[in-house]
Design a protein around this ligand. Sequence first.
Ligand SMILES: Cc1cc2nc3c(=O)[nH]c(=O)nc-3n(C[C@H](O)[C@H](O)[C@H](O)COP(=O)(O)O)c2cc1C
Ligand code: SF4
Length: 746
Amino acid sequence: MDFLQLPSELLHLWHTHRTEILLSAGLLFAIVRLAVHWRTRRSREALTPPVLSPVHEKSLPPLEQQLVETDPYTDLSVPRPPRPKAGPKRVTGNKKAKAISTIKEPAIDTIQPVIFYYTLGGTTKTYAEQLASALPSPSQQILIPECLDLAQIDYDDYFISPPKPPNANTAFLSNFLAHLRETHHDFRIDTAPLAGLAGYAVFGFGDKRQWNTEGEGYCKDAVDVDKWMARLTGGKRGFPLGQGDTSGRGNVEMRVREWTEGLTGIMAALARGEGLGEGVKGSGEAVESADEKEDEEDSGTLELEDGRAAAIKSKRKPNRRSRTDDLEDLKAPIPVDFTTSRPGSTTVPPPPKAMVPVNSPTYTSLTKQGYTIVGSHSGVKICRWTKSALRGRGSCYKYSFYGIASHLCMEATPSLSCSNKCVFCWRHGTNPVGTTWRWTVDPPDLVFAGMKEGHYKKIKMMRGVPGVRAERFAEAMQIRHCALSLVGEPIFYPHINELLAMLHKEHISSFLVCNAQHPDQLATLGPVTQLYVSIDASNKDSLRRIDRPLHRDFWERFIRCMDIIRAKRFTHRTVFRLTLVKGFNIDEEAEGYADLVARALPAFVEVKGVTYCGTSTAAGAGLSMGNVPFYEEVQAFVLSLEAALQRRGLDYGIAAEHAHSCCILLADRERFYKPSRGDEDGGRKWHTLIDYAAFFRCLKSGNAFGPEDYVGAPTPEWALWGRGGFDPRDERVDRKGKPRVVEVVQ
Ligand SMILES: Cc1cc2nc3c(=O)[nH]c(=O)nc-3n(C[C@H](O)[C@H](O)[C@H](O)COP(=O)(O)O)c2cc1C
Ligand code: SF4
């Protein structure tokens, strides 16, 4: 063969045989290759024909027919419409978003699973063989799995690329990785030459005694193989990377089982013709997307170039109102009190209607923002921290303060409607408002079931996202915490107590946030794991300016709520949540906040810098980036609040911080700074974590109980005031997904 023709020959060969290269995956560990036979049965040749087998150029469809958009929801079995005849160029419709991959997936007829492994000591081989026998029993669609030792095969037969591996054992793996990398970068070969595969998944075995965290190299090669396979397949990650610790300290058998079950599920879905399912494809991009732009309860902070942290919400384009905007929204800014009807009024209230009707602009808008609307008035959405935790990149501040693992947390609300129009709320123009419940009411079991369904569906969509770990993914399929906040006012929902009881019955903890505008509902609220009340200002004028409440008697309602919180302090774990907005509610208000604390005596006071939402409503309220406090300013405020409390004889101390979220926690020292249970001589420590199991035990007992009965382990060292609050076991990344050094806030 003319050497100069080699590149074009290789390219030619690739285009001829790409369709026969079926499933792949695996390494060190195991990559599952699912071979694909075309529905047309035109080319039922050998899986990996010899490199120099005859080329039938015309048997390939034209290249453009292989190109489709990478819409995970695209039904790939639907044929493309015929190309229109050539004519004058006409530009119609919207510009399409850039697709991740442009290679058409074939309709799957049969699946040939192939397990590749690489082993030094034999462990991986044993697991690979176990996996082969655990996969679905062979059928017409799923064939007997092949188990291949990467040291024995020719890469070119499976992972197209020129270099051959040497025989040396230890160098083998890095050669394999180099092979994958070179294939990806080889200009003669498509950047995603394995895109014809049905999918792949990788499992790595590591040893945590020596390589404790991923940062230190735990399962490093598997992480790399997973990344390269994502690129070579154009994002065909079938299941998140699995990892097993063979040191004897981790439950490796369980990890393998979870991963195998996940893989089996995907293969079954492929066999049913559902492809890799709904979700975001593993992009395998060099810069992985850590840039979650959507809004969520605790949107993160941006680190500024000078090292300072500020709670900044990425700027979003203001929502343009359509002419058909929901009437609720148009009414919203006008403070109308529906609760105090004039005596003798003859107005007949209109019949109840759905709060968020399916065909309303509000529904469309919320859905576009990523909310799943449940029934007619509830919503669920996975927050960015849940996504971040699934990828081992850190949980929200509630993990540092109270032990909430974000990947186990569901963020939901049973009432999308609220009675305030807070200036910093990023849902303006989308959520309905009102002062009384005047909508149809969905039963709590429907609300609960819908929330769970919506949440799990969204979690499943994370399956192919780069960096998601199989272990966390499997754990996330069991909700453990529920943050009832999101948008709206949860205690507005007439069956809130029943809903809470349903959560607790399934051992899902509840954090409920209310806006201190519904004293009657607050007074009758049943058990909640942690009860928050938003304290957005320390005096009437400031509250009016910030929260823009719809109730005329908003201040009286607020004060009544303070007294109820005080009365509940021995039955509920109460928390004041302060959101600091520079120029609105910080300056000289520490004394006012201290008075409110003295009145309500909450167990905890969380102080958080506002996140800027950049909406027109916020701008209209005079809010700009200048209103976002720097972390140093939040720190200074907390110190002055602590001093103001001390002056009132209140023993609150600064317990913990999460600098990344611009959030600091004060706690009642008398109740939560004490020796650990069973270690009375160990000295006093902050105990802000929650013992969730104890909470459910208390509930089950049927006896009266209080916050002291479910105090958890001491607050972790890294979360204490002055330590920053980022779990060192998680990898910290910047917005481009690059590793970042954790800085300590002094
Ligand atoms: C030469 C060598 C290098 C290793 N490097 C890593 C590593 O970088 N990260 C890790 O988590 N484990 C590492 N390990 C531990 C292995 O991944 C672990 O012991 C695994 O169970 C070995 O599987 P095997 O018996 O199939 O070879 C290494 C082991 C050997 C022998
Ligand atoms: S508590 Fe849950 S919903 Fe709230 S930020 Fe944390 S993970 Fe997200």
